[in-house]
Write a protein that binds this ligand. Structure first.
Ligand SMILES: Cc1cc2nc3c(=O)[nH]c(=O)nc-3n(C[C@H](O)[C@H](O)[C@H](O)COP(=O)(O)OP(=O)(O)OC[C@H]3O[C@@H](n4cnc5c(N)ncnc54)[C@H](O)[C@@H]3O)c2cc1C
Length: 294
């Protein structure tokens, strides 16, 4: 199923993001998590990709398991940086042969030791390549940054570049994590005024490890509001209390987004499900029907 077809038919999109585990323990944990998530009948789940191809085989393995064994709709992430154009074409072709129809086209960040040719410098070029060579056989998603991408030189610049990706044929977008909805609403107003009307799904990160998320947020330029810091930082060493507070904060965040008519919610799970599942449970009466129509 192409995710965009579900959204265009008026379906709400509920999705969860996973990364391919490194070892057997991680694999078993992910399999359990996926079973729990499957019970929610999400619209799709997505699997990340290590820029430069570091997870090429592992990503494919997890995608194949979800698609073939679990029968869930899956979106594969693919980063173009540090891949040649030929390699990118091969990877996309492999996914097409596997029956995968949804792809998140990303630039990624150049690995420090990479010496590989760059086939596409920006995600924009990969969107163009897929549309040219695979026509409409893939539903293509792209990344969006409510606070602006860290290298963009400012939100307005970043939005100009985002609009180019949309015009090149992106079907929908998923945002980087943000904790203050004001950034998302401002971003939506700005892109709408540029004529962008594709669905943009907010990326939601429940904080289950304060230091880790603080580090990610710093790296990707997402700001953590003071009220989050005050509510969570004192409980870094008290996991049950941290999770309880984080679930409350994220539930409130999602409720506000739902009230404002978002087309879906995309949860960054970090392969852990319990906080996310609790949030989804809290939202169940407020969430428009998200049942997958396949
Ligand atoms: C939902 C989501 C999922 C992600 N999943 C992964 C993953 O699985 N693996 C991974 O490695 N990373 C992932 N990332 C991180 C992403 O790869 C990085 O944020 C990366 O730095 C930018 O990727 P992009 O696709 O947004 O790049 P682009 O859209 O190419 O933009 C990158 C930068 O270049 C600028 N730019 C774009 N086009 C032009 C142009 N024509 N001229 C000049 N400047 C331009 C943009 O403003 C921006 O600053 C994800 C991010 C998001 C939001």
């Amino acid at each position: 199923m192409k995710i965009i077809d579900h959204i265009k038919k008026g379906g709400f999109s509920l999705s969860f993001e996973f990364f391919p585990p490194k070892d057997e323990g991680g694999k078993l944990e992910l399999i359990k998590t996926l079973e729990r998530v499957r019970a929610l009948n999400p619209t799709f789940v997505s699997v990340t990709y290590g820029a430069g191809g570091s997870t090429r085989e592992r990503t494919k393995e997890v995608v194949s398991h979800i698609h073939k064994e679990l029968g869930m709709t899956v979106m594969v992430h693919l980063t173009c940086i540090a891949h040649s154009a030929k390699e990118l074409f091969q990877i996309v072709s492999e996914y097409e042969h596997m029956g995968i129809e949804n792809l998140l086209a990303l630039r990624g960040d150049m690995p420090k030791d990479s010496k590989v040719d760059v086939g596409c410098k920006y995600a924009l070029e990969m969107v163009k390549m897929i549309r040219e060579r695979f026509e409409n056989r893939f539903c293509i998603a792209v990344a969006a940054y409510p606070e602006g991408h860290i290298e963009s030189g400012g939100l307005e610049n970043d939005i100009k570049n985002f609009v180019k990706k949309v015009k090149a044929g992106a079907d929908f977008a998923i945002t980087q994590m943000f904790f203050d909805n004001a950034y998302f609403f401002r971003f939506m107003d700005m892109v709408n005024s540029e004529g962008v009307d594709i669905p943009i799904l907010p990326g939601i990160m429940p904080i289950t490890n304060f230091k880790q998320v603080e580090k990610f947020a710093k790296m990707c330029g997402a700001s953590i509001p003071d009220r989050y810091i005050k509510a969570l930082e004192p409980y870094q060493d008290n996991q049950p209390e941290l999770i309880k507070r984080s679930v409350e904060l994220t539930t409130m965040q999602c409720l506000e987004l739902l009230k404002n008519g978002v087309k879906g919610l995309h949860f960054y799970t970090l392969n852990r499900s319990s906080a996310t599942l609790e949030i989804v449970q809290n939202l169940s009466s407020e969430m428009p029907s998200y049942a997958n129509f396949t």
